[in-house]
Design a protein around this ligand. Structure first.
Ligand code: CAA
Length: 524
């Protein structure tokens, strides 16, 4: 029994999410009544839970044996039986408002009055569901991420009637489950994670359908360039294409401005539902058998990650402006709910908020789609010169960051380091006498600056610097070549005898992620 007075929990629905949620509660010592409509579904759920627990056990992540945890899970096909002596309930039946309401109505009759009801819905309004019960103030959204045993985040959503007590208990309970809660202050469709996630997915879908970019290349870019754990289409397969399509429809019906994805509609109409049916955007060995799609390390590097992420950053701005969540909570949500290696605000600040607005404007002009209209929060930031890290302030503050633009390089002083960026993103052979002089000047300008302890030189394109720009050698006289060499030699001598360490951050192809995240290639 937790000190919240919660000992027994009902999980209604033993499908993709329900079985994982039951597993998470049982792992934390709770007695769990797991309910679904047939014994076969329940047997299948228990097998999946055992399989997952065994995997966790092999990795040394369980505090007790698999059998001990399994013994706390009790199955039933009857709602009344599942909820009789519970303290907390999580509903995870399919995303159908009528079905959910009828289950809640029935559970409300048989569950003790003190029991809190939570819905794992990702799209249906919490307020609407709570109205099917007589315990509206004890009703809350508790949205786990797939797969629940591995994903840290739980979105906790307040409905119109939810009491502070209910929110607080659910937050504490989430922590007992060894998960991280984020409180969503307004009952908006898709809460935080799905609103952000489907912005990325729908943009990827548009690029595939309208521009003919290959799905596997877009996924490769998401993994190789952005460092995401799964490609966009891979994750759609993992979530389930029918579920994904349902989420998009349910959100758009409730005011989420978006154009649907014809590729999703087509596959669902053919019964290709992703991992669960054995085929979706990718083919799997069999139904329910997920195998990571293969992408090559150099694949997708030519695609634009800023454009893919711009609609999600726009969503971040909307969520903040509407008071749904704070910047910190949204960053936490994508890091823990989607396992992104960075927060959205961090990405925006690195990429440059002006570049995000430009990308959105281009998308809007090209498609005429209203959802690409840059959010006023972003356009105001640009007007105020809050461009992100490069200007010292964006979504976040970067005290002491200074940015100087030369003709061929940029200098960013970001104490204790200063970064010299060879600013010719389109070229591999970037070095010119002018660039060499500018490097010398930049080095000298920070040599006596006590804030700077190290200087890093890096590129801003596909490679660090493959050599001198050979165009300059065409038609050059021997004397002109000799003079050009003097510039290069003074630059190398400057580095050799410099009083602070100088590091070359060689952003060749495999390090493109580092480059993208540390260096806004298209900095305005
Ligand atoms: N239980 C226990 N262990 C599991 C497991 C499960 N359910 N699933 C995978 N694992 C284990 C694997 O066996 C593997 O273990 P070993 O290293 O010991 O072999 C380990 O976890 C890593 O798995 P994989 O090698 O298969 O794959 P991975 O490294 O890519 O990690 C992942 C898997 C954690 C799921 C990762 O791919 C990821 O973070 N993906 C993003 C998932 C995501 O975004 N989820 C949210 C979707 S949105 C949502 O859920 C909301 C909604 O409403 C739709």
């Amino acid at each position: 029994m937790s000190n919240l007075g919660i000992r027994r929990v009902a999980v209604l629905g033993a499908g993709t999410m329900g079985h994982g949620i039951a597993e998470v509660f049982a792992m934390s010592g709770f007695e769990v009544n797991l309910m679904d409509v047939s014994d076969e579904i329940l047997r299948n759920a228990l097998n999946r839970i055992r399989d997952s627990l065994e995997r966790l056990s092999r990795r040394g992540e369980l505090r007790e044996g698999v059998d001990a945890i399994m013994s706390r899970i009790h199955t039933t096909t009857k709602v009344a039986e599942a909820v009789r002596d519970i303290d907390f309930l999580v509903e995870a039946v399919p995303e159908n408002a009528d079905l959910k309401k009828s289950i809640f109505r029935e559970a409300d009759q048989y569950a003790p009055p003190h029991a809190i009801f939570a819905s794992n819905t990702s799209t249906i309004p919490i307020t609407e569901l709570s109205e099917a019960t007589s315990r509206r103030e004890k009703f809350v959204g508790m949205h786990f991420m797939n797969p629940p045993p591995l994903m840290k985040l739980v979105e906790i959503t307040r409905g119109k009637y939810t009491s502070d007590d209910t929110v607080n208990i659910t937050v504490q309970l989430t922590r007992i489950l060894n998960k991280e809660p984020v409180v969503v202050n307004k009952d908006v469709p898709g809460f935080i994670v799905n609103r952000v996630l489907f912005r990325v997915m729908l943009e990827a879908c548009r690029e595939a359908t309208q521009e003919g970019i290959k799905i596997v290349d877009l996924d490769a870019m998401a993994r190789n360039v952005l460092g995401l754990p799964m490609g966009t289409f891979e994750l759609l397969d993992y979530i389930g294409l029918d579920t994904s399509l349902f989420i998009v429809k349910a959100m758009t019906e409730r005011g989420f401005k978006a154009h649907s994805c014809p590729l999703l509609e087509d596959l669902v109409s053919k019964g290709k539902l992703g991992v669960k049916s054995g085929e979706g955007f990718y083919k799997y060995p069999g139904p329910g058998q997920y195998v990571k799609p293969r992408v090559l390390p150099e694949q997708g590097l030519e695609l634009d990650p800023i454009r893919l992420m711009a609609p999600a950053i726009n969503e971040l701005a909307w969520l903040v402006r509407e008071g749904v969540a704070t910047v910190d909570d949204i960053d936490k949500s994508v890091k823990l709910g989607l396992n992104y290696p960075w927060g959205l605000s961090e990405f925006a600040d690195e990429a440059g908020i002006d570049n995000i607005v430009d990308a959105l404007t281009q998308l809007k002009n090209a498609s005429g789609w209203e959802e690409y209209e840059p959010d006023p929060l972003l356009t105001n930031y640009v007007k105020e010169g809050r461009l992100g890290r490069k200007s010292g302030r964006g979504f976040r503050e970067y005290p002491g960051v200074e940015f100087r633009r030369y003709e061929e390089i940029m200098l960013r002083i970001d104490p204790p380091s200063a970064w010299i960026i060879l600013n010719k993103p389109d070229k591999l052979n970037v070095l010119t006498p002018k660039m060499a002089d500018e490097i010398v000047n930049a080095l000298r300008s920070v040599e006596d600056d006590p804030r700077v302890r190290v200087v890093v030189i890096t590129g801003s394109g596909r490679a660090f610097c493959a050599g001198a720009d050979i165009n300059q050698f065409q038609n050059a006289t021997p004397m002109q070549m000799f003079k050009a060499m003097r510039h290069y030699h003074s630059m190398t001598l400057e580095i050799e005898y410099y009083t602070k360490p100088v590091i070359a951050a060689i952003n060749a192809m495999p390090l493109v992620v580092v480059w993208r995240l540390l260096w806004p290639a298209t900095s305005g």
